[in-house]
Each structure stands twice: as structure tokens, then as C-alpha cells.
Design a protein around this ligand. Sequence first.
Ligand SMILES: [Zn+2]
Length: 570
Amino acid sequence: MHSPRLRPGLLGFGIIALSLVCSFGCGRSSSAVDPGLRSFSSDRLLAHIKTLSSDEFEGRGPGTKGEQLTIKYVEDQFRSQGLEPGNPDGTYLQNVPLVGITPDAKMKFALSGHGRTLGPKFQDEFVAWSKRVVDTSRIDADMIFVGYGVQAPEFNWDDFKGTDVKGKVLVVLINDPPVPDASDPAKLDPKTFGGTAMTYYGRWTYKFEKAAQLGAAGCVIIHQTDRAGYPWEVVRDSWSGIQFDLAAPDKNMGRLAVESWITSAFATKLFQTAGLDLDKLIAAAARRDFKPVPLGMHAKLEIHNSLQMIESHNVIAKLTGSDPQLKNTHVVYTAHWDHFGIGPEVNGDKIYHGAVDNASGTAALLEVARAYKQLGTPPRRTILLLSVTAEEQGLLGSQFYVEHPLYPLARTVAEINMDGMNVHGRTRDIVEIGRGASTLDEIIEAAARDQGRVVKPDAEPEKGFYYRSDHFEFAKKGVPAFDPNGGIDFIGKPEGYGLETRRKYTAEYYHKPSDTIKPDWDLSGAVEDCQLYFQVGFRIASDARMPEWRPGAEFKAIRDNSLRSSGSEP
Ligand SMILES: [Zn+2]
């Protein structure tokens, strides 16, 4: 699971229009799938996790000896299970070039105008970096406040109103515009930007992407603890050291010259210097008629980078489908193999074992792969098993895959992601993050019903889980994606046990060296979850109908365009 600080946000689906789809196998014998279902073993899951999270694997850091051991292990497993190489070049590997960029902490930010110059303190009042793969990157440009920096035609919303922001430094608010409900102004309008939930427009990545797309030189996000969902320290720590990114052939020159956050206290000072009232402007930015406001301030900043090139890898296997036509379409399973490698020592351990995160998901991927090979006949569509790198660094392996897909995304019918398996026993429920967005809902529900279980929506929607793992990169490109989470209603355990174990994991083990195998682990629930993911993928791969986003879902337009431009009408 990727750190929440780097992937804030929530899905804003306001629609749940249920139309019951009876997918393949409905009312019929499901014996074809039984050999696969029966094949899952908690002992094998545990054995994989033991190996992957061992000291020898050194925390599976991209570009390290740990990577070499891990990708060899995953590839060897795929091969010995009899799965085909997933890369059309005949190998099980996809090269993923990464770059590590460390900005010089001695940078000086100078903001001048109205007869004054402000020099905010690095880390205390601002952070800044450049994702351009260059030694030096600089801005020297006028600043303009653009509200939430959003262009959302489906909500009839455009913060820019035709203002030319080329070469400028945009100052922007985090989150999406909080638009009051016309019938009850005390509440947020659920039809605009998802009401209380955050849409993609609210994410910091969107702000920088939009600014770059409009030709801006730089973008400065104003941090607000309540709107961001995390304190300044999280922003500061996330952006102060080495940052990894994909090493694109254009050296990321399409990105902004400078990306930055400032504290809300410094923002208040900046706007005061500009003779503006930040609170009034924040209120104005929540309205459709907002127009950008030049600050009359000039921003100057030069960043010196030290660069480190890293060659990392995704591992991919496939099982070719049995239908002459449908085999050219794909169901993809993903699980990230990487974790943080060797890092700062905590309680005498400096290996970040990542037993749950994500040795367990990788083990599940290997078990799902094995299960497909137990079937007498493969399902009609082709199954891809994708073990991605650098998830912990910002979903980079999956981003690279969707930007360089080995099979067309328009013919990738669904994606199922496994990140952190349940290690505490069987549950009566399974959690589907982003529930309500696509017709995957019914397929998941049917598979859960067969197990005597129920599907629940995210119990902690404010944490934005949907944006925090690899399925999101697929969703962002329009592929309907299933982001499951273990259940919380445990069989034979007291009420509240599920949320309590989750809380304990987050507080004590999450992204720490202590994420190791514990003596009280019980993988019977993980086996059931694997069976469910297998069953869901099998049903999708056996049905001629493709899962689709529901009207109004945030990635539907992207999918429709993708299908249209590939010649298959949505
Ligand atoms: Zn993680």
C-alpha cells in the first residue's frame, strides 16, 4: 500500500444504479472452475511470504540485490507453474527505467512585489522540487492565484476562464471546490465533485498535471491540514529527500520546471504582501464564477538536483485464453513486489521486510496464477499476471506499464489488484473500494455470495484508498479496476476486532521494518480472498460482456474514448 500522504483523495461516485447482471455461471454448474478454487493453499502462501520477506531479500528495494532476488523468484515461480512469458518479446520481464532525484536543500525561494521580498524557509515554510531530469531547474515568473486549478467540463467548472497562464507560477488550493448543495447549503452538493468525498480533481498530482498541461512554469500548492487530510510534517517529509520517478525519454521536460507546497501560514503572509485577503479568495474559489487573480508578485527559485539512474523491472506472465476471438482481450491481476529495501534503523532492524506490504499480495498473485493452470481449459479471455515495481515510490511500475502497455488497454477488460492480504483469519465480508463505480460490483457480489459472504464499501472513505495502489493507474486510463480490501467482520472474533487489527497494523507495522510474519497469523481468510479474486477474474474472462463504468463515474469518459479510438464502440 502506498503512503496516504502521496495519494490523498477519494472517489466521488454519487451513483448507484443497480442493474443485476447474471454473469457466466449463473444458475449453472460451476464445476469448470472448481479445480482452480480447490488449489489454493495457506501453506504455500506463507512459504512465499517467508521467502520474499526474509533478510536475504533485503526489503525488495528497486534497483538493489533485493530486486534481483525477487524478480528471479517471481519469474521462476511463473515458469515452473507453466505460465507463458507475458512480454511479447518472449521474456517474463518489462524494463522500467527509474530516476532518483535529490534536490539540494540549500535552495532559496525569493518572492518579490509591492516593494517587498519574502524568503520562506525551506522545509519550515515551503518545499520545492523538479521532476525534470536535469542538473538545474529554475523559475523566474509572475504568480497568479487560480483557485482550485480545476477544469471539469462534466461539472461545468473552469477555474481558468480562458486566462493565459503560460510561463506563470500558479498558486492553487488543495482538494476540490466545496460546492454547497442548493437545497441545503449546510451540506455539499453530492452531484458536484462528489460532495464530501474528494475526486481526482482534488489530488495534488492533478494540480501539477493541469498546470503543466496549460504551459505554466511552476505550481505552488497551499497546504491546509483539514483539506489535505494530513499535517504539514507529512508534506515536508515526503518531499525533502530523494524522490523517484520514471525516466521518460523526454527527461520529463513536459513536467513543470518547479513543483512546490507552501504552508497556509506563509500563504497568508504572501497574500497580505500582495494586498489580498486569502480567506475571501478561498471562499470565491468555491464558486463557478471564480476568475484567476494575479498576485503582483514575482517568484524566483533555482533547484540543483543530484541524479541517480536505476534500471528496475515489472515481471509478467500470461495464460492465453481459449476463445479464438476473446483471447485477444485480457484480464490483468497486479500485485507490487517492491518495498522500501534497507532504510533507517527502527528497534534494531533496518530491513523493511514488507511481509504484508506486499509479500502477501505477491504470494496471492502466485497462487492465483497457479490456480488458473489447474483448470482443464483456460477461460476464454487471456489472463495476465503482473508483478510491478516501485509502487511504494508512487505507483511507478504500474504507471510505466499503462504508458507502455504490452497489450492494448482498450482490450484490457478489467484489472484486479492485490496489495496487503488479510492475515487474521476468515471474515464474513469483503471490502470493495470504489464500490458503485462499475458493473464489477455485481460480479464481485455474486462471487462473494457463493462463499456466503457480503461485499461492503470502504469503511474509511476519507483515507482515499482508491488512489493508493496500482489499480488506480489502470482506472486512470479507463480500465475498470477492482481494488479489494480484506473484510473486517471476523468469524469467531469479538466485534471491533477487524478495525482494531487494522489500526494496530497502521500504527505499529505499516511501512516500518516491523512489517514481518507474526506467530498468530492465520491465512485461512487470505485463501478465501484469493479464491474470490480468482473467481471474479474467471467470470470476467469467461463472459463476452466487458465490465463497464457506470454513467457519471469519473473514468467513464476516458474508457469511452479509448474504446472509440481503438475501433470498438463503448
Ligand atoms: Zn506500502
